[in-house]
Design a protein around this ligand. Sequence first.
Ligand SMILES: C[S@@+](CC[C@H](N)C(=O)[O-])C[C@H]1O[C@@H](n2cnc3c(N)ncnc32)[C@H](O)[C@@H]1O
Length: 226
Amino acid sequence: MNETPIRHSPAPQHMPGTAGAGIGVLLHRPRLYDFFVELALLGRAPSFREQLLGLAALRPGEVVLDIGCGTGSLALLAKEATGASGIVCGVDASAEMIAWARQKAERAGAEVDFQRAPAQALPFPDGRFDVAFSTLMLHHLPKKARARLAAEARRVMRPGGRVLVVDFAAASPRKGLMRHLRHRHGNVALPEILALLEEAGLDVVARGAVGIKGVHYALARVPAVS
Ligand SMILES: C[S@@+](CC[C@H](N)C(=O)[O-])C[C@H]1O[C@@H](n2cnc3c(N)ncnc32)[C@H](O)[C@@H]1O
């Protein structure tokens, strides 16, 4: 039985790069998702996102990718933080989330490149980005696909680039609205996140809680070329 008001559904299995492991679970109700996030975070969603940008230490002019960007809220803020010379892209495998993110960008007059694509096969060349985010999306992926996301994030990063992964890393609250934001794949324990990043060739430089129950982050760097 699906108890959650946010409809989850398995995605079509024919997206590139998803053979074998499957694509994960996509969301299809962007307006409801935005409403729910605001409600579940009791109005703290904007400050939560600001905190994430701060953890990644975004700078003007940087090239930023949001993997599993959902409705694009973080990508839009990243555009503000990186300024006119910054380039921000967001990918999500859900057509509905991407359509809504594009509408939000248009309304805000913000130039953000939102594309429908799977995290397992990012439509970007090697070494394109300074910063990549994966927020609250890793738990949507089947286990095998999580390693693929980490490898793809590593591939598209420049030497010295930063990757910030944020997810439900600890046991979930059984009560309250936050439980509805969690998909049935459940949480991804912090040691699993750290191992995924390290196995992809990234150096974990910071980790910790983000002030929302059960949600943790790991910040990793791409080794600089010597
Ligand atoms: C809980 S939402 C998080 C959205 C956003 N990052 C945030 O922090 O609000 C997870 C998102 O991951 C997307 N997703 C799931 N599997 C995916 C995949 N394989 N590739 C890209 N996006 C995926 C879903 O469609 C959904 O929009």
